[in-house]
Design a protein around this ligand. Structure first.
Ligand code: FAD
Length: 381
């Protein structure tokens, strides 16, 4: 039995997120895109509404939203601003390793922080020489007594400059490659942890990414999530779950660009008629609409599978690839439909195009998603 009807609570949540996007995000989106400043007032309001800590379970005092609900919220937030959306969405990414592998005590220790204040978490897997090939990481965590001693460099850590703690992936047994990696929660104030400067980016400029430098940084051994050697599995399970929220971001960015292009096409007069009257334009818009609707359905499917404990490596990779490629295609076409105005910063579509590009790169590039899909179909999944 299929039913795409939202419950009254879900419809209310989506309306609340849309209202936040319209009234809080959109008015300041251009400012934070221009300056790259950290948008504390926006994040404080997102916390008031429960979006920043949406995935914190009720057992830890949080809203305990499902992945479908997270996707509903994320679509609206990305519609509001791709950069501000990423900061909020990445808080869910930062805590998901704890949700997956943390003990009850660890969940209480770390996740209640997000309920008590607008606190950020950050997911730290990538390294300068280990991006797509994350299993080739060299950051090392050595157990000495009751502490891990961490050495190495991580990069592109979203929210890293402002996070209270990091879910860090490091090698505890380099001889075992990916199977020798572990996930350890690292508090921000750990001696030996230095936070590098923020990345200057093409798009999503309101979001923050930094390098993390570990020099004999000492962390209690009790901060290990799960067992030693489980790190790579925790990372892959995390990304299977969170890619629906990235796909939802793709839907939101695409929808923002599409709405502006549709409105423009209906009102821009050339050769004595709205440009929408040209089939070349109306068919572009029809294709944009078609891809956005399909993206949303794939996103909801991937999120629903997580909520129902169904393995979704293939579906989350398909949703992420389809929806974020859609965001790139739709925003590029929207720029084209607006002509010279599309290229101008007076209209939002150029920002959508810059913001969309990152969605195809982070949480595993869309080439890597195709590798995942290919492996899954080869295995008959
Ligand atoms: C703004 C931003 C935010 C990010 N946030 C985070 C974060 O919060 N936490 C985190 O850990 N990481 C984060 N990342 C890192 C991101 O996940 C990586 O950039 C991404 O996985 C790609 O790694 P790479 O940049 O090293 O590219 P590379 O792995 O060097 O890839 C370069 C190119 O080669 C392609 N390629 C590589 N291998 C293959 C292959 N086998 N087959 C086909 N093509 C291949 C890639 O698709 C890509 O096009 C972020 C990155 C950015 C830019």
């Amino acid at each position: 039995m299929l039913d795409f009807t939202l419950t009254p609570e879900q419809a209310e949540l989506r309306a609340q997120a849309h209202d936040f996007a319209v009234n809080v995000m959109r008015p300041v989106a251009r400012h934070y895109d221009n300056t790259g400043e950290w948008a504390t007032p926006v994040y404080n309001k997102a916390w008031d509404l429960g979006f920043l800590q949406a995935l914190v379970p009720k057992s830890c005092g949080g809203p305990g939203k499902t992945q479908v609900e997270e996707a509903l919220v994320c679509e609206e937030l990305a519609w509001g601003c791709g950069g501000l959306y990423t900061s909020i969405m990445a808080n869910g990414l930062g805590i998901t390793p704890i949700l997956i592998a943390g003990s009850d005590d660890q969940k209480k220790q770390w996740l209640t922080k997000l309920v008590e204040a607008p606190v950020f978490a950050a997911f730290s897997l990538s390294e300068p020489n280990a991006g797509s090939d994350a299993g080739g990481m060299t950051c090392r965590a050595e157990l000495k007594g009751d502490k891990y001693i961490i050495n190495g460099t991580k990069c592109y850590c979203t929210n890293g400059g402002y996070a209270d703690f990091y879910t860090l992936f490091a090698s505890t047994n380099p001889d075992k490659g990916a199977r020798g990696t572990s996930c350890i929660v690292v508090p921000r104030d750990t001696p030996g942890l230095k936070i590098g400067k923020a990345l200057d980016k093409m798009g999503q400029r309101a979001s923050n990414q930094v390098e993390l430098h570990f020099e004999n940084a000492e962390v209690p051994a009790a901060n290990l999530l799960g067992k030693e050697g489980m790190g790579f599995i925790i990372a892959m399970k995390t990304l299977d779950q969170t890619r629906a929220a990235v796909a939802a971001g793709g839907v939101g960015v695409a929808r923002a660009a599409f709405e502006i292009a549709l409105d423009y096409a209906k009102t821009r007069i050339q050769f004595g008629q709205p440009i929408f009257s040209n089939q070349a334009i109306s068919f572009m818009l029809a294709d944009m609409s078609k891809k956005i609707e399909a993206s949303r359905l794939l996103t909801w499917q991937a999120a629903w599978m997580t909520d129902n404990n169904i393995k979704n490596s293939k579906q989350s990779a398909i949703a992420k690839t389809f929806a974020t490629d859609t965001a790139m295609e739709v925003s590029t076409d929207a720029v084209q439909i607006l002509g010279g105005n599309g290229y101008s910063r007076d209209f939002l579509v150029e920002k959508c195009m810059r913001d969309a590009k990152l969605l195809q790169i982070y949480e595993g590039t869309n080439q890597i998603q195709r590798l995942v899909i290919a492996k899954e179909i080869q295995q008959g999944n």
